[in-house]
Design a protein around this ligand. Sequence first.
Ligand code: ZN
Ligand code: ZN
Length: 411
Amino acid sequence: MGSSDSSPTAAWLADFYRDLHAHPELSFDETRTAGRIAERLVELGIDATAGVGRTGVVGMIRNGDGPTVLLRADMDALPVEEQTGLPYASTVRATGPGGEEVPVAHACGHDMHVTCLLGALEVLMRDKDSWQGTVMAVFQPAEEVGSGARAMIDDGLFERFGTPDVVLGQHVGPLPAGMLAAHPGVALAGADSLRVRLHGTGSHGSMPERSVDPVVMAAATVMRLQTVVSRTVAATDTVVLTVGSIRAGTKANVIPDHAELQLNVRTYAPDVRTRVLDSISRIVEAEAQASDAPRKPEISPIDSFPVTVNDDAAVARTVAALRKRFGDTNVVDPGPAPASEDVGDFATASGAPLCFWFFGGADPDVFTRAAASGTAPDLPPNHSPRYAPVIEPTITTGVAALVTAAREWLN
Ligand code: ZN
Ligand code: ZN
């Protein structure tokens, strides 16, 4: 392919990436990141608007008549203590949503997404004679809490910048760097996190007859919740229900007056999601009643991610272009994944088709060695304290994938 999308990646990108990696910011706190992005957009000669949906940034390249292509990158990091040992590893600490101090790291690779999108915009700017239309670059806050895309849409993203004809986005994942993966249809699970507060009556540890013990209530609830997936969901439907947090009490001889659970639910179909959420409410309330709780329990949402549905035709068209550029064997269909994303909100809210793919960030040598020894590759997944993509060929691949996909829709 003689076109400029295969030219070597600009040297500034690796430095830019290392800088972002060393300066991660939590969801809706991405002010430094947004500032660096806006600054870079202006240097590239691209119209930049900051503060869209709190910390979001929009870059617009208007290049004559033609389709509008939305390219999306998310910016936020996670409350994770980085243990990669990299020279540019994060040592940042920040105030978490609960007011507590937390470590912060780019453990999901969103710094790579930002870098690759800026690299792609540079290529598209340099090469404006060979395409026509509008590129809407969306740097989204707060993907990790599932509300950043919604915040930008609610702040008038489409009214202010136009409605896209297609939404394209990518996520770095545990594939060998240089490889891409896209799945048509339902590609990622929907996720709901819930907080359950169970009310009991406190007492002395020696006088349980005077209490309604919320610890026993919580334990019974957790056990009964295990029947949702095993007894109320069909074998052909995939659901995950995890109780990730259980808290009650402070001392061995005090029966506390409340307990709190945090639940995470993953589903792939709206009717299954409704059935599972209804089952959770029923079980939580019935276990409280069975314990003779003085008050009804409270169930409140923590966050919610939609099911990510890739448009079949948009994936077919984009994947064909990616295969032409990267070779058939380097673009695979990974099937649906249990992870979750809010990129689908841009497609749902604008009515445009979505094509969201993964690009590899893992050292290809790890796969070669694992294949040679007949073992599974030892790779920390996204969100692990040890997770970080290799810089190359990850950046080059991520930039070229975005440019190739964008051009396919712009031409
Ligand atoms: Zn993540
Ligand atoms: Zn992510």
